[in-house]
Design a protein around this ligand. Sequence first.
Ligand code: FDP
Length: 380
Amino acid sequence: MKVVATGLLSFATAASAFSPSGSFSRPAFASTKSTSKLFGGDEYGASSTSFYTTTEKQDSYASLDDILQEKCSEPMLREVIKDMLDACADITDALRTALVTVEGSENMFGDAQLSVDVIADNLMWEACKNSKVVREGASEEDPIVRDVGEGEYTVCWDPLDGSSIVDNNWAVGTMIGIWGSETGLLGATGNDQKTALIALYGPRTTVLVGLDDGTYEFSYGCTPEGCQLPDGTWEPWICSRDKITISEDCKIFSPANLRAAQDLPGYKKLVDYYMDNRFTLRYSGGLVPDVYQQFTKTQGVFTNPTSPNSPAKLRLAFEACPFGLLVEKAGGKTSDGVTGGSILDVKIEAVDQRTPLCIGSANEVDRFNEMVVGIEKKEE
Ligand code: FDP
């Protein structure tokens, strides 16, 4: 029995969360540790500076199909989202068993390719070639727009971000931007994206997806068997967060390219500001977990300015645009690090174009623009 839903609440009966033990009790720490309220979340630990989840278990969860039906008005876009989620599921399964070794090859940028980069990239190409709605593909591993089919969309991806941390078993991710045939990729901007997906592979696989009215999170296989529907069938993907919002203020900072602070006095001053104001440092060196936490903690700022001695590493099309779309859809802000404008307004002139970036809670992006870029906030 599937429920025809008219709103999120009515999805509640669509997919019942499966608990192997048949019952779920809240971990003891959640109720016994002292908490303080800073941004509507619970802060734990002796200094009240660690942000634990405030997400409570629901009785049931909406299925992917139900959410797409309700929140994605374009049928073809629903198709490409499902095709990309299938690819993320395949990458999840591959990462469980693949060893992290050097492949003996280099990508177009001269970066050493790892076994897992190649596996993830092959799975993405396969997904695009098998899709009925994809026309072109471009990968960070080989940044050329290639024809793959007769469909509608140009899909652009970084198959596995976090090459420098994956051997340590830290969270890594896949970033996917999707453009329509009216624009394709080159000459378009991030604003032209039809949608974007960011997959985070950690102990669980969760994927952020941009839908008509905001950013949603889907979790893969919430038990080993998936999530059971009332009719006894299993759903591989359930909606674990809906219409996520990123607050204007934050107390979590993620300072990438910190070495640029040697050249940019404004960046040094900004990092001092974070420390003077007792912000909490959460930085892994992987763009996906470092920005994704803004959706789980509903706050945060990721800074990645550049300088002549520490040039830009982040890619506009594969990394900045997909995250930019999802963060702005959630009420956050972005800066291109040059004009102080949105990263989504920057024209994509080359597939492998690099960019500085600041992304996250709006007031902290304004502070970055003021202190690092030298641009005052315009009064609205
Ligand atoms: P990596 O070190 O694996 O190349 O995409 C580039 C990237 O990773 C991002 O994932 C990450 O945010 C950034 O570089 C790390 O930069 P820092 O060296 O400044 O930490």
